[in-house]
Design a protein around this ligand. Structure first.
Ligand code: C2O
Ligand code: CU
Length: 514
């Protein structure tokens, strides 16, 4: 990013938020670009460094990465835990109600900023493109953990560089715990497995390849290797008992159709915004970039020595055929099912917890209480003429459309659909877009579809539309109606496609909550 642009963003941010910061420091050469709130006294304080490193993904050569490295200054010792043998940043474990301060230090050769995907935090702590800091600068985030128990993740949100920075390795997991969830005594410790799914392509020197040709930009990046927690051919040895597998799709653009290889149904207990009211079984689950799924996996009936693999099955209708290039070096063929990770049952244990029938008590958000019961906010996804748009516009730092002004503490209906006007021949490129909203999680009211039923039949039973979500995959031909609260914080909060190549190409807008 040119320096002039960066400075321009910062200036606007400071003007927009003047008064709430300790003091305005000089814009250039400032050691710390954001003073902490004077009255904020954190329960948890963390140093987070974004820096270059090398990791061993293949035994024969090291792979250069960019990564987060953390250090706990204050708070419970389990707040930070490193992910073994991985470029992933430390897993952050927060408890609802905690006050958190994070000092982000940029040791990278370009500007960056970190966003806490899924956390409901004030604008100044959201990690927006306009808040990016240059090399050797520090950004201080202060926020209180308001989310219900859930798995979230952190990643860069740098203007036009989210995709490349995420791809180089900058990402980490965030667990939020709360009393409601603790009371359920779900599998924990060694029985709670966190899994971040990513895809990469490597050259012969074992370096990540990221091509930025037009093909890749229009459809997003698709790698030919699956990494789980930064590792190839991920394998788990498990006991014959129940586990909790918490999965996030932290890929740039790839969408997975998750299923056990032996047809065992997947038992879903939670999604992006935490636990569902009751478990739901699915034969497969569609997981788009930034979506999470929380699974109850019971190995109790399985003999010692049995093996199981989590696969991604073939599907149609979400990505144009020509963009699908997944090939595994285990010989799985293009466009066929491939293995994401494998599990072996290696130890017999006699005790196993029981799956609770009731997990939570989420009430439905009531459309009758929405501020716009008959006038949902439109989000028209546009993909044509080499432009990726929302409501016909690309991301702009200024310029809020009339329906992007939101009253603080209101509940809003939002209608997400594909805009095929003026696409002509381009409509054959229609693809699924995972649409993500910053701030509070939302509920999905309704999904409707008109289009290619044969393709749709390969994906439609894999959506989990109950519970709280922060990202919803909108398939070609679909219209999705959601209801979202905008409580607590004024300011600008983004919504965008979480195919991060699309995001960087401008498929991003923001709401102005006032
Ligand atoms: Cu995970 Cu605005 O992003
Ligand atoms: Cu998109």
């Amino acid at each position: 990013m040119p320096m002039a642009k960066l400075i321009q963003f910062k200036r606007r941010e400071i003007l927009g938020a003047a008064g709430i910061f300790l003091g305005l420091q000089p814009l250039l050469g400032a050691k710390q670009t954001r003073a902490a709130f004077p009255s904020f006294s954190p329960d948890v304080e963390i140093e987070l460094y974004a820096r270059r490193d090398r990791v061993t993904i293949f035994p024969d050569a090291q792979t250069p990465v960019w990564r987060y490295v953390g250090r706990l200054l204050k708070g419970p010792a389990n707040t930070l835990s490193d992910v073994n043998d991985s470029y992933l940043g430390p897993t952050l474990r927060f408890v609802r109600g905690q006050k958190v301060r994070v000092h982000l230090h940029n040791e990278l050769p370009e500007p960056t900023i970190t966003h806490w995907h899924g956390l409901h935090v004030p604008m100044a702590a959201d990690g927006r493109p306009s808040q990016a800091i240059g090399n050797s600068q520090t950004y201080v985030y202060d926020f209180e953990v308001r989310n219900r128990a859930s798995m979230n993740f952190y990643h860069p949100h740098t203007h036009e560089a989210t995709a490349t920075q995420l791809y180089r390795g900058l990402a980490g997991l965030i667990i939020v715990e709360d009393e409601e969830e603790r009371a359920l005594e779900l599998p924990s410790g060694a029985y709670e497995i966190l899994l971040a799914l990513q895809d990469r392509a490597f050259n012969k020197d074992r370096q990540f390849i990221y091509g930025a040709d037009m093909h890749q930009s229009m459809f997003g990046f698709y790698g030919d290797q699956i990494l789980v927690n930064g590792r190839k051919q991920y394998h788990l040895d498990v006991d014959s008992r129940a586990y909790r597998f918490r999965i996030v799709n932290a890929s740039n653009a790839s969408i997975y159709k998750l299923a056990w290889n032996d047809g065992t149904p997947l038992t879903v207990i939670g999604v992006d915004g935490g636990l569902l009211n009751q478990p739901e079984n699915r034969s497969y689950i569609m997981l788009a970039p930034s979506e999470r799924v929380d699974l109850w996996v019971d190995f109790s009936g399985r003999p010692i020595g049995s093996k199981l693999t989590m696969q991604s099955l073939r599907f149609a209708g979400l990505v144009p055929e020509m963009a699908q290039t997944m090939v595994q070096d285990d010989g799985d063929e293009k466009n066929e099912a491939f293995t994401i990770f494998s599990v072996s049952v290696t130890r017999r244990v006699s005790e196993s917890p029981k799956l609770p029938e009731r997990l939570s008590n989420i009430g439905p958000l009531d459309s009758a209480k929405a501020a716009n019961p008959n006038r949902p906010i439109p989000i028209a996804i546009g993909m044509g003429h080499m432009r990726l748009t929302l409501n016909g516009r690309v991301y702009e730092q200024e310029g809020v459309l009339s329906y992007e002004h939101i009253r603080l503490n209101s509940l809003q209906l939002i209608d997400i659909f594909h805009d095929h006007s003026g696409m002509g021949m381009m409509s054959m490129m229609s693809m699924g877009h995972p649409i993500h909203f910053h701030g509070q999680a939302f509920q999905i009211l309704k999904r409707s579809f008109s289009g290619d039923d044969v393709a749709y039949a390969t994906i439609k039973d894999g959506f989990i539309d109950s519970g709280y979500k922060d990202t919803v995959l909108v398939a070609p031909g679909e219209r999705v109606e959601i209801i979202k609260p905008f409580d607590d914080f004024v300011g600008q909060f983004m919504y965008h496609c979480h195919n991060v190549e699309h995001e960087d190409m401008g498929m991003m807008r923001e709401f102005d909550v006032e």
